[in-house]
Design a protein around this ligand. Structure first.
Ligand code: 6GU
Length: 243
């Protein structure tokens, strides 16, 4: 999978070199390319924003640097992947559809994702129109119902959610099956040794005995009950939406 990200803060995305995503890149499972939008600004100050037409607070990202950036990055990607390759262009945006595991799963099978990080109040609307008219597939996604200053933090989150589902990235693929949201429910509670633990306040805390029983059938049943119980309590919205 190829991942491109266009941003005015490429250093913000250095975290993609670390940990699981960094290793996936070193293992050749993904390649990550960061691009500074200001490379496609032409004035002395490398301006990428201007005041909103019609007035109002804040600044809007100008269309020209974005259009040039997309053209250049898409050309680079096609040079690497072949002329038939097409990116999914993802705009992190608080006004997008809320991102969820099903989308992470779907996008983990993509050949090429191009993230476009807006800052300020947003990007000139004509950039989206232009990309759509050119036949590109675009998606606006939000992390949730709150506002961040820009798309960079979202790209870190989205990339991690997607890349960990790329085959081979997570060593133990089974761990992806049991985790929260993989089946629309929250994960059951987890325990490790010691089975009997005295907490710092002196309370004795025993792990559920069933987990020591070795009876895999009963353990599985116990876990799915805990999973259901948790989901009903903490996320009634998920519980009501289950199949
Ligand atoms: Cl994806 N972007 C911004 N700027 N704010 C957000 C968001 C994204 N998701 C939640 N808030």
């Amino acid at each position: 999978m190829r991942i491109d990200a266009i941003t005015i803060f490429p250093d913000y995305l250095r975290a993609l070199d670390l940990s699981l995503i960094g290793k996936a890149a070193r293992d050749g499972l993904i390649s990550v390319h960061r691009h500074d939008l200001r490379e496609w600004a032409h004035d002395r100050h490398r301006t990428v924003d201007d005041s909103p037409l019609g007035g109002g607070a804040g600044m809007v990202m100008k269309p020209e640097p974005w259009a040039e950036a997309f053209a250049a990055v898409i050309e680079q990607g096609k040079a690497e992947l072949g002329p038939q390759a097409e990116p999914l262009i993802v705009f992190p945006n608080p006004a997008g559809q809320v991102f969820a595991q099903a989308t992470a799963q779907e996008w983990s099978g993509r050949e090429w994702i191009l993230f476009a990080c807006g800052r300020y109040e947003g990007i000139d609307e004509r950039v989206y129109e232009h990309l759509e008219a050119a036949g590109h597939e675009i998606a606006l996604v939000s992390l949730g119902d709150y506002v961040l200053n820009g798309g960079e933090v979202a790209v870190l989150a989205l990339t991690e959610a997607i890349v960990r589902l790329v085959p081979g990235v997570v060593g133990n693929a089974e761990s992806l099956v049991e985790e929260s949201h993989s089946d629309g429910l929250l994960e059951y509670p987890l325990y490790t040794r010691p089975a009997r633990w005295v907490d710092p306040a002196g309370a004795v805390r025993e792990a559920p005995e069933i987990l020591l029983s070795g009876d895999h059938g009963r353990i599985a049943a116990w876990r799915s009950e805990r999973s259901a119980e948790r989901t009903r309590e903490r996320r009634p919205d998920l519980w009501d939406a289950r199949d």
